[in-house]
Design a protein around this ligand. Structure first.
Ligand code: HEC
Length: 158
């Protein structure tokens, strides 16, 4: 009982951060995009898919799906390595939602990407043996790192 109450509280906490809406984003938002814009939108959609898989893994009953969480978190770290090359200077053609701040503040953009990679790597690590609350907390931190970049570098905010 205590355990499930604790999970419910943690899920409610995560919900207040708005992360469930991020996870549920539509994957077809990028229709009409071509070239590198399309490629990075697809990569971003994969990130959203990975977050969805992690959510399912963390909230699974009766136990977390630790391997699935770790695998999806590692996908995020691998995607992070590709992100800088998918934002060549000036690639802001419609329907891209990128903001020109990416190129004006490139170091900050890279920092935001590194932050996501660090949080996801920590999540993969915790998934091996930490308790559910800790894993959920780290999932929330990872979601916040997505939002941290979007807030500054993407027109649509979340
Ligand atoms: C370093 C910055 C950065 C990080 C970190 C980041 N994103 Fe993004 N994301 C962007 C930018 C910029 C766009 C807009 C790209 C465009 O429209 O050209 C975007 C777009 C998206 C989109 C919309 C894709 C589409 O089809 O239009 C989704 C979904 C998304 N991100 C999910 C995520 C998730 C989930 C995470 C974290 C696991 C994440 N992003 C981390 C910068 C980032």
């Amino acid at each position: 009982m205590i355990k499930s109450a604790c999970l419910a509280a943690a899920v409610a906490f995560a919900a207040t951060l708005g992360i469930w809406s991020l996870v549920g984003e539509r994957a077809d938002a990028h229709s009409g995009a071509t070239g590198v814009v399309k490629e990075r939108m697809e990569l971003m959609s994969s990130l959203a898919e990975a977050m969805k898989a992690i959510k399912a893994g963390v909230t699974a009953k009766p136990d977390m799906q630790r391997d699935a969480i770790a695998a999806a978190a590692k996908q995020i770290t691998a995607h992070a390595d590709r992100i800088p090359s998918l934002f060549p200077k000036g690639s802001d053609k419609h329907p891209s939602e990128v903001r020109s701040e990416v190129w004006q503040s490139w170091q900050e953009f890279i920092k935001a990407n590194d932050a996501m990679k660090t949080e996801a790597a920590k999540l993969a690590e915790l998934a091996a043996n930490a308790d559910r609350r800790a894993v959920l907390g780290q999932f929330a931190s990872t979601a916040r790192s997505c939002g941290g970049c979007h807030k500054v570098f993407r027109q649509k905010k979340n």
